[in-house]
Design a protein. Structure first.
Length: 202
């Protein structure tokens, strides 16, 4: 393995399956969660479940501190700051609340270990046309992107949940699903309230 992995755990089925797969391989990894401050309460509870019951290690919550200076921090504060809502052309929620804090965290890891970290993400080719051309590894300035589930199907994701006896995020059973049109480099933004580009149904 290149270097200790940083695993992006969002609370969605694919990132959970990825964490289970890394455990199955016997790999040590540092789970992180990019918090928008606007996640569904069930997603926060599910992350606590993963942390205490499944992973048995802390999931580091990272966020863009620039937008967490009030009680309405995160998404709401970002909208007030930018004075407009995210759109199909300009997805500021992904960039400022997910990408930017993760890049800052990768800088911290690189400075601490003097090595470029490996960022593991639960992205699969069959999620969308845009992702169908992605490879398992991709070199970025801040990290090496590793997509261990890139060739997995939904059946594989379901199977590893069953094998580890891990229930999915309860939002799935209530009809929420990830939009296949969302082509962000990071994994699923599942469970973000009112994130119109992340959820097909509220």
């Amino acid at each position: 393995m290149l270097f200790r992995s940083v695993a992006n755990v969002s609370g969605g089925k694919d990132s959970t399956a990825m964490a289970l797969y890394l455990m199955d391989l016997g790999l040590d990894f540092d789970p992180i969660f990019c918090d928008t401050g606007w996640e569904h309460q069930d997603t926060y509870a599910y992350l606590d479940y993963l942390e205490s019951v499944v992973l048995k290690k802390p999931i580091r919550r990272i966020k863009n501190e620039k937008f967490f200076k009030t009680d309405q921090g995160g998404y709401q504060e970002m909208v007030k700051h930018t004075t407009f809502f995210p759109s199909g052309m300009l997805r500021t929620c992904t960039l400022q609340l997910k990408v930017d804090p993760q890049l800052a965290y990768m800088d911290e890891v690189r400075a601490l270990h003097h090595k470029k970290p490996v960022s593991a993400v639960g992205i699969r080719k069959d999620e969308s046309q845009a992702r169908s051309t992605l490879g398992e590894f991709e070199e970025k300035d801040e990290s090496t992107i590793w997509r261990p589930l890139i060739d997995w199907k939904v059946a594989d994701v379901v199977a590893i949940h069953k094998r580890f006896n891990v229930a999915p995020n309860p939002l799935y059973t209530r009809g929420f699903s990830r939009s296949e049109e969302h082509t962000s480099e990071l994994q699923s933004r599942f469970g973000i309230s009112y994130a119109v580009f992340c959820l097909k149904k509220k």
